[in-house]
Design a protein around this ligand. Sequence first.
Ligand SMILES: C[S@@+](CC[C@H](N)C(=O)[O-])C[C@H]1O[C@@H](n2cnc3c(N)ncnc32)[C@H](O)[C@@H]1O
Length: 282
Amino acid sequence: MINSIVQNDIAQSFSQAAKSYDQSAFFQRIAGERLMERLDYFKLTPKHILDLGCGTGYFSRQLTKRYPDAQVTGVDFAQGMVQWCQQQSQSETYLCADACQLPFESNSVDLIFSNLTFQWIEDLPQLFHELNRVIKPNGLLLFTTLGPDTLYELKQSWAAVDDYKHVNNFLDMHHVGDAMLSAKMLDPVVDSEPVVIGYQRVTELMRDLKNIGAHNLDQKRKSGLTSPRQLKQLEQHYQQFKLEDGQLPATYELVYGHAFATEHQAASGYHEYLLDLIEQQA
Ligand SMILES: C[S@@+](CC[C@H](N)C(=O)[O-])C[C@H]1O[C@@H](n2cnc3c(N)ncnc32)[C@H](O)[C@@H]1O
């Protein structure tokens, strides 16, 4: 589990990004739209939907449009994002909570939709255990996350400039599948595809990452400002990846996953679950 100081750090960074997020979230929008398309594969008439890690609530609102009879709840642990969502729309409910400790009864949700949130969560077995508890038996978990090839051009270019870590490490999708299995979720499936966003300058990519609140978690991250000389070096090293049209690529390894909740786990009551937690922590 990411320690609470780092978690607060991430939540604060996303809270501060609430106003600038949508104007820089090109990749996040593409990923979420492709995830929405995947809902077509499943025959669903959900009554209660969670948009987990809802950010500015764009996809929470899309889910309301797609399933007008459902109650959509957007959950995010960044208070600033939750407040932003509440100002944008009253058709959904928005709550500030950690995805690993959800304030919902067991067996209470038909569908959990989550776009690009799980890469921020270190303890995936605990996360999937919690989601399996909350989703009704045979209800669906559908998500995207990021794989290790994400932003490899930026990572390699920075490695030629200094020894700090500038880009987060992301888990291989097989670990994500294993974590779903260890939480006893049913029929887990993962696949991935590269998505490339073109930029004129590396600084534009860095500005987008800052605007969406994507914070480098690593203890070895650089704390001071980047000098103009270092930025120039970075731009120079990044040129090796230049595309034929002259743009600089930022590659994301977009990982898709889904699984169904099991009878077995979901059958235990919320209070029993809390008692189990208390027992574990005693
Ligand atoms: C990259 S944004 C994606 C936002 C939105 N799903 C979208 O598609 O635009 C990731 C979001 O996940 C939230 N988040 C990260 N870790 C979380 C956690 N443990 N519990 C709840 N939300 C979390 C962040 O605050 C942020 O708003």
